[in-house]
Design a protein around this ligand. Structure first.
Ligand code: DC
Length: 232
């Protein structure tokens, strides 16, 4: 068995999921978007009116955690697994600016993290997985054979996300997107439980001036090296 665990962490909109999906397809690995799981919990909170006047009722959300079942189902046409909340496909519902503005506060809750991390660790038991998020190399898979930490300037990231949202028909300004990206970075990096940190053994890739192909190529070389380096 020469399959490994690949952990990809980094700031918002660094293109982690694009790269992770490509890697998973090329390597025939499973891809797991853990951000989608935190977004699913946030979507649930919004649907159940646990977020009112921009305030999150964290007690009510934590009390209802047992009612939340998140799963992924591979979509052949799209070439990746879409996220489901209680058997409902919510892949496009979780990509709105509304969900993006509340997901970081939801992700600070230890009870939420505990539940999702447990599920993520089970998914990686068989190896052959590419998982992206904020705490994959530090908390979910501290022993991952390959850890990547992606960075890019806030402006580069906001421009990418803005373009993506416009293409999907969302009506918003670049400034709103930049504000969301920087606010999420701040909350994600400073929260008490599992803050976004570069693991000591992670390899940092600043992709501000790199194409998707260049990044995938670089990481595939690192995958080969990581497989060779394994002691078993
Ligand atoms: O990857 P994303 O932008 O879709 O993630 C949405 C939010 O979820 C992100 O701002 C912080 C949170 N998150 C987290 O706390 N831990 C993870 N492993 C993944 C995401």
């Amino acid at each position: 068995m020469d399959k490994i665990v690949i952990a990809i962490d980094g700031y918002s909109s660094t293109g982690k999921s694009t790269i992770a999906k490509r890697l998973a397809n090329q390597l025939n690995y499973i891809y797991v978007d853990t951000g989608a799981m935190y977004r699913a919990v946030t979507y649930f909170a919004l649907k159940n009116n646990f977020i009112n006047n921009k305030k999150l009722d964290s007690k009510a959300l934590v009390k209802s955690l047992d009612e939340i079942h998140i799963s992924f189902q591979f979509n052949d046409k799209l070439g990746f697994a879409e996220v489901y909340l209680n058997n409902e496909n919510i892949e496009s519902d979780i990509r709105t600016l509304e969900v993006s503005s509340f997901v970081s506060p939801v992700a600070t809750l230890s009870e939420v993290r505990r539940k999702l991390v447990e599920q993520q660790q089970l998914m990686g038991e068989g190896k052959g997985i590419v998982m992206d998020g904020r705490d994959i190399g530090t908390v979910v898979f501290p022993d991952a054979e390959l850890k990547i930490f992606m960075t890019a300037s806030a402006e580069t990231r906001a421009k990418r996300r803005f373009k993506e949202l416009l293409e999907r028909g969302h009506n918003l300004s670049y400034d709103e997107v930049l504000e969301n990206v920087t606010t999420r970075d701040r909350i994600d990096s400073t929260r008490k439980d599992s803050p976004l940190l570069k693991a000591d053994d992670a390899i940092e890739i600043d992709n501000s001036d790199l194409t998707i192909e260049e990044q995938v190529e670089t990481i595939l070389i690192l995958v080969e090296k990581a497989i060779k380096k394994r002691p078993y």
